[in-house]
Design a protein around this ligand. Structure first.
Ligand code: HXC
Length: 259
């Protein structure tokens, strides 16, 4: 399939990479781009050979937010009736295999929200995160006020949402928004290394781990622990569990067949 707003490729036969590609507008996000992103991720999710995905942008911008030129024309009735700028924005969340955000440059507004929808963020040292919507007379609309406090706590989330200031990569790592920071020229190597590691594990165990960690952000601790226990026990029904443990005991590399 050919896309206009993204580029799609596969590395090593098992990692699906989506590069956001609207360079003139610093990868500003619109419904067309988000439709393509959702379609590309869903196709990778359905492909048995793919074990992990990466979303990335350019050196200058992961994404500088929703497209302001487009939004400027909208009324409340347009956005509410058409569910514009939100309708297809959460498709990343329906992806069951892991999705890593590899962020360089600006990740602002919807760009920061998109990165936070991914399972974890690896940042280049030039990355800048922010929720500057307040400067435009609006607020984050794709989960920013909900995911940012879960990632960095109330103090920094309020600071970011109310002042619209940017957080650099070092601060984002200290705050827990990103899992690793690397020099820009190492960004894709680092993300690909993580993705290949994940892709070589049992896809069933990987999906269960993702589902269970996400559960930590819904409901109570007791419910989350019970959910984890049920998935943990369920994995003993897989061939991959037998393979993984047998390989360890026999000091050999496991060969997971995702069964
Ligand atoms: C449309 C954008 C854009 C955006 C940048 N551009 N961000 N176009 N929507 N979000 C365009 C600029 O208009 C400009 O086009 C070109 O990209 C380069 O940007 P410059 O401003 O010239 O670059 P620079 O001076 O380096 O500043 C970079 C920047 C700034 C700090 C990232 O562009 C900026 O503040 N952008 C807006 C960031 C923002 O407010 N994001 C939140 C949007 S609201 P021309 O044609 O002039 O070259 C949002 C809501 C999400 O995201 C809701 C989700 C449901």
């Amino acid at each position: 399939m050919s896309y206009e707003n993204i580029e799609v490729r596969v590395e090593a036969g098992k990692v699906g990479i989506v590069t956001l590609n609207r360079p003139k507008a610093l990868n500003a996000l619109n419904d067309a781009l988000m439709n393509e992103l959702g379609a590309a991720l869903k196709a990778f999710d359905a492909d048995e050979a793919i074990g992990c995905m990466i979303i990335t942008g350019s050196e200058r911008a992961f994404a500088a937010g929703a497209d302001i030129a487009l939004m400027a024309k909208y009324s409340f009735v347009d956005t509410y009736k058409g569910d514009y700028i939100t309708r297809n924005w959460e498709s990343v969340r329906s992806i069951r295999k892991p999705v890593i955000a590899a962020v360089s440059g600006f990740a602002l507004g919807g760009g920061c929200e998109l990165a936070m929808m991914c399972d974890f963020i690896i940042a280049a040292d030039n990355a800048k995160f922010g929720q500057p919507e307040i400067k435009l007379g609006v607020i984050p609309g794709a989960g920013g006020t909900q995911r940012l406090p879960r990632a960095v706590g109330k103090a920094k989330a309020m600071d970011m949402a109310l002042t619209g200031r940017m957080m650099d990569a070092a601060e984002a790592e200290r705050a827990g928004l990103v899992s690793r920071v690397v020099p820009y020229d190492k960004l894709m190597d680092e993300a690909l290394g993580a993705a290949l590691t994940i892709a070589d594990f049992s896809q069933i165990a990987v999906m269960a781990a993702k589902e269970s960690v996400n559960r930590a952000f819904e409901g109570t601790l007791a419910d989350g622990v019970m959910f984890e226990r049920r998935l943990f026990h369920a994995l003993f029904a897989t061939a991959d569990q037998k393979e993984g443990m047998d390989a360890f005991l026999n000091k050999r590399k496991p060969e997971f067949r995702h069964q």
